[in-house]
Design a protein around this ligand. Sequence first.
Ligand code: KG4
Ligand code: ZN
Length: 355
Amino acid sequence: MRILAIETSCDETAAALVTRDKEASFVTIEKSVVASQVDLHKKYGGVYPEVASREHIRTLLPVISEALGLVPETGRQLPHFDWRDIDALAVTQGPGLIGSLLIGVQTVATLSYVTKTPLIPVNHLSGHIYASFIQHAPDTAVPRFPLMALVVSGGHTMLVLMRDHHEYELLGQTRDDAAGEAFDKVAKLLGLGYPGGPEIGRMALQGDRHAYDLPIGLEHEKTFDFSFSGLKTAVLRLVQQQSQPLTQEIKANIAASFERAVIEALLFKTSKALDTFAVRHFVIGGGVSANRYLRERFATFLAHRVPSVELFIAPPELCTDNAAVIGASAAFMADKITDPLAVEAFARFPLVTRG
Ligand code: KG4
Ligand code: ZN
């Protein structure tokens, strides 16, 4: 099964060609193209929705053409292309910015209608989990069920249990800010650039992780829920308490201590959940899983605490938004073909409601 997937839920315009052989447990990437809008949004210190929509309109067809190999390179003949070589189209239907989502959904619905290629709408959050079902290098393994997944993105933080493909049981989620949102807000407080996650990650490398003791949200609660707003407020107070402008050293210490607090909070609830549910594998997905310190801490934690549970985190470029993961998710839901005239986009679109 060969899928052309499109992702436009936020500020990346992305298209990818992915393949899953019959009955295969993994997906491979033929081509993945991501046009980032980061430079456009930098001056606003965050994603400006109207600007994002306009940029998706401008960029989407060229990005799709590139994914299909239909962009001329010097001295190269364009390959023959036939829509019959594509078995399905996949598109992110939500959650995300509604204007951005609508452009992807309408474009793909039109392609589906005109070319009669089946259309599979995909939940963006499922894509972050299915990043781990991509065989990104020869012979790399993919997770098996039952598995537990931690999704840590700019808009979401949640723990889910999966007993089979696309069967999600919500264990816990954030009650306020998402982990990525906390990174972005703290980066702003420290006067670092956008997006904040990678900036904090770089800054933290030079800092002392124990310079400040920052709070872990819902530490004394029995649930697997998260909370990051108290942490953000604690950093705000810390910044306000400084009697002089923040030096690089103070910034680095705050970034490092903040990063430690976020990861401790994620590890704490993960540890409780793994004590409660027996799983084979643990998957982490979403932009924050590109974070180096998170990757190191989770690898060490699982190896020592629960060595029987193997950890899966996709390579960093598959953790942040891209279309290959949307294709990977669609590759395991071939039965979810939807009428292109009826497909909708949803700004709020839970992967699963608490059950
Ligand atoms: O999954 P994603 O690309 O988009 C959403 O679905 O939201 O996640 C974006 C979030 C942003 O908050 C960004 O700051 C964060 O992921 N992020 C990181 C890193 N790279 C991206 N956070 C920490 N460390 C990183 N290296
Ligand atoms: Zn995302």
